[in-house]
Design a protein around this ligand. Structure first.
Ligand code: NBY
Length: 829
């Protein structure tokens, strides 16, 4: 009975010596305990990795306490909860972030120091959790940190891929992909919940059933797979709250296919059951195109179905009808990838809970909101109807029903404007009849958010114009942000100390607006000197890393000029490389006195190309070909170096960003929905060399155009330039550098031909030629500013002090108020 259970629980709690303590001896005891009993190594003999494991387990114990308390408290208060659904989370490493957010880093450093260990050395043993591709996935991770820190009652849901984003290795300058089997050595940051599992159905048929005199549809599945929960506590900073990120893994279902067991083919029956696990095996590594693959759709539904079952189960634990559903639940879908959740809720409420269509539809329309991260219409997700119909037959019917009603509404509103109906329909007719997941999401969600103001304008005027005309109030934007906890406190402790010293408080870690207080000291000689010292320390760290990776020694006096992000034509890494070739060409033709005036540069490029993206892979190869020539040219020496950093990921970013002087964000205007890398550089006092695209436009408003190096055509100018085609004005220097690549100056003449073709002969879609002169001017302005270190440092301080608006705390506050309608629920200490 319940009473019995409580008595037992109280007895057990009485055995616990209160909560865990954080004095050095208690921490040491815990670490040694975990070495001996959890890692099961002898306390007399264990290596750094085992020490890291034990350390992590002791931190995890502390996380779990807060996480339990938070959930207990949420349960008691029953506030409206936010459920954040995303197929991708780029969490990176957890150890340093956890001890900082828990407020026990110093204690651990001391405790370990007394045992003869260095915290940092152990922290380096951890591998990245890379369950995502790029910006979208890291944004989810930053937002989870803000949700926890701001005490919002939120849950994240995602997939526990066995293989995260591929590891990039470079062989002879070419990218090769290797599997990231990140769970090989265990993962102390997750808690396996074998008892939290749900059956997820696929395939099969839909049948009619009569119940209480009404007809209902019943889905008879052809296959069932079990979803098992793995919980990942997410600690807030400066609060007891720790929220949950629940990731689902696929396991064979508890139901057996008795047939195959009875036919005596035991071995094959077991082997076949094992195939269920394939669903959560691997992350799709493409961050641009939707290929209509069955496995991908299976992943989406698998994750959605388990999450919705979990959410409804939790609601039903406390409520015995659905009257309060919309007051207790907000569901956010991260891009359209989880948008089947909408149909799944509709199906459960209508087919299983028998609420009736209108009531179910009303609920669905009130709880879902979605954020789009795309600019290009080609980037919108489409699912072939045949595929949907075979994998999820009942869902396809519901989509058709929703679309039918929607089309009726359009007819009432716009009459016989058939081309408008066709554009807006959820179902796309054509060679391959498909479901347009964005249209579906817009029709069913109460809010559609963009990720920057420019993006919002493009959504209204281009991408979703028809929908905006119909429902202007549905559309909003929340400019992206990043968490200062990870991007300053964890990754740049020296800067963190200087900021806190000059502001006289650490409160900015929770209240980023305080950073603006640094503005007053931007010209202060003492702060400037400390600021430069911090940069130097970080550049040293980065230089060491570069030397170990590539054997190239770089000068700390050089300007570290960085472009790190996924490789894409629109992000224009090629513009950067062509600029480097131009710089090299200039240096080669200089006399001694001119050479003395050159500002030395270390150009750093890093990023992964989608495995099937040929042009992006050629850009990587070109980086290496140019680096090979430039870095080995004795006539160039320290004046120019080009380094390609392989296997760019969250941890690499944490090392590179603090150590860079200048960073490039040079997408063709109108192509980057927001961009979030720029915000991390800004916080770390790195100057931006950027186009007026995505969130950069808002960064300009915060720090002023004078404090950065702007270049290129504006969003409004791009269409006219494109129309000019081959007649667009291109500087001679551009023609010359492309010619050098074409003529084989860097080798691989034939291989680079198709790459050169993308920017010449009127085919320069991303306008590298048109923006080249402006790009070189911006680079020259950066050189000039760098020579004047006082001026540069001032710009750098002003960058950090103006970065407050780009904290994900601000983004999350806006979502909470304008989109989700949730309020903080702070667990008492
Ligand atoms: O989302 C990025 C945008 O390009 C960037 O401008 C923005 O700042 C960021 C956060 O809002 N989009 C992005 O990262 N997209 C993906 O990673 C992605 C992943 C998977 C798929 C498509 C896009 N997919 O087709 O499965």
């Amino acid at each position: 009975s319940l009473g019995d259970h409580r008595a037992k629980a109280e007895k057990m709690f009485g055995l616990m010596d209160g909560f865990l303590k954080n004095d050095p001896v208690s921490l040491q005891k815990d670490i040694v305990y975990h070495v001996e009993y959890t890692v099961a190594r002898s306390r007399f003999s264990f290596d750094d990795f085992e020490a890291y494991q034990a350390l992590s387990h002791s931190v995890r114990d502390r996380l779990i306490e807060r996480w339990h308390d938070t959930h207990q408290y949420f349960k008691k208060k029953d506030p409206k909860r936010l459920y954040f659904l995303s197929l991708e989370f780029l969490m990176g490493c957890s150890l340093s972030n956890s001890v900082i957010n828990l407020g026990i880093r110093d204690q651990y450093v001391d405790a370990l120091g007394q045992l003869g260990f260095e915290f940092e050395v152990l922290a380096e043993q951890e591998g990245d959790a890379a369950l995502g591709n790029g910006g979208l996935a890291r944004l989810s991770a930053c937002q989870m940190d803000s949700l926890a820190t701001l005490d919002f009652p939120a849950w994240g849901y995602g997939l526990r891929y066995q293989y995260g984003l591929f590891r990039q290795i470079i062989v002879d300058g070419f990218q090769h992909e290797q599997p990231d089997y990140w769970l090989n050595f265990g993962n102390p940051w997750e808690i396996e919940r074998v008892q939290v599992s749900y059956a997820v159905k696929f395939y099969g048929t839909v049948e009619e059933e009569v119940s209480n005199g009404s007809n209902y549809k019943v889905w008879i599945p052809g296959e069932t797979v079990e979803a098992v929960a793995y919980d990942n506590p997410i600690p807030g900073y400066g609060t007891r709250n720790a929220i949950n990120l629940r990731l689902w893994a696929a396991k064979p279902s508890g139901q057996y296919d008795l047939e195959s067991y009875n036919t005596g083919d035991y071995i094959n029956a077991v082997v076949n059951r094992q195939k269920a696990e394939i669903i959560s095996n691997v992350l799709y590594p493409d961050d641009r195109s939707y290929q209509g693959k069955e496995l991908r759709l299976k992943q989406q539904y698998f994750f959605v179905s388990a999450s919705i079952q979990d959410i409804i189960r939790r609601f039903k634990d406390v409520h015995d009808n659905f009257d309060e559903f919309t007051e207790k639940i907000a569901l956010q879908i991260n891009d359209t990838h989880p948008s089947l959740a909408i149909i799944e809720v509709m199906r459960v409420l209508f087919d299983e809970e028998h609420l009736g269509w209108d009531k179910a539809w009303d609920i669905v329309c009130k709880i879902f909101s979605f954020t789009t991260h795309t600019v290009q219409p080609e980037g919108l997700e489409k699912i072939p109807v045949d595929l949907m119909g075979s994998l999820l037959p009942r869902h396809l019917q519901i989509i058709y029903d929703i679309n039918y009603k929607f089309m009726e509404e359009l007819k009432k509103k716009f009459g016989q404007d058939y081309s408008r109906h066709a554009r807006m329909s959820i179902v796309e007719e054509g060679a391959v009849k498909s479901i347009r997941m964005a249209n579906l999401s817009i029709v069913c969600c109460h809010k559609v958010n963009g990720v920057s103001r420019v993006h919002f304008e493009l959504l209204k005027t281009r991408v979703f114009k028809d929908f905006y005309d119909l429902w202007p109030l549905k559309f909003q934007y929340k400019t992206n942000g990043v968490t200062q906890r990870r991007w300053i406190v964890v990754s740049n402790p020296s800067l963190c100390a200087v900021i806190s010293k000059w502001l006289g408080t650490e409160a900015w870690v929770r209240n980023i607006d305080l950073l603006a207080g640094l503005r007053d000291y931007a010209s202060d000689a003492d702060l400037q000197q400390e600021w430069r010292m911090v940069k130097k320390i970080n550049k040293m760290r980065l230089a060491e890393y570069i030397e170990t990776l590539s054997g190239v020694k770089v000068s700390l006096d050089a300007m570290f000029d960085v472009q790190i992000k996924r490789i894409h034509e629109y992000k224009r890494q090629l513009l950067n490389v062509l600029g480097i070739i131009h710089r090299y060409d200039c240096i080669k033709s200089m006399n001694e006195s001119d050479r003395r005036k050159v500002v030395p540069r270390v150009c750093i490029i890093g990023g992964k190309a989608a495995p099937g993206y040929e042009i992006a892979k050629k850009i990587i190869k070109l980086c290496h070909a140019v680096a090979e020539k430039v870095n080995n040219d004795p006539g160039v020496g320290d004046l120019l170096k080009l380094i390609f950093i392989p296997d760019y990921n969250v941890s690499v970013a944490e090392l590179v960003i603090p150590g860079s002087d200048l960073s490039q964000h040079v997408s063709t205007a109108g192509h980057e929905a927001s961009g979030t890398g720029s915000m991390k550089f800004l916080m770390n006092g790195c100057l931006l060399l950027a186009t007026a695209d995505g969130s950069t436009v808002e960064i300009i408003e915060e720090i002023g155009a004078d404090n950065m190096f702007l270049l290129g055509a504006r969003v409004s100018e791009v269409p006219a330039l494109r129309d000019q085609g081959a007649s667009v004005r291109v500087p001679l220097q551009f023609v010359r550098v492309v010619r050098m690549v074409r003529d084989g100056y860097f080798g691989f003449k034939d291989y680079f031909e198709s790459l050169c073709d993308t920017v010449e002969n009127g085919k320069d879609f991303y306008l590298l030629g048109a923006d080249f002169a402006s790009y070189l001017e911006a680079q020259a302005a950066a050189d000039l500013a760098f020579v004047n270190q006082e001026k540069w440092t001032r710009m750098s301080i002003l960058s950090t002090s103006g970065s407050g608006r780009f904290s994900s705390d601000r983004t999350i506050e806006e979502y909470a108020e304008q989109t989700w309608g949730i309020e903080p629920c702070k667990c008492p200490f």
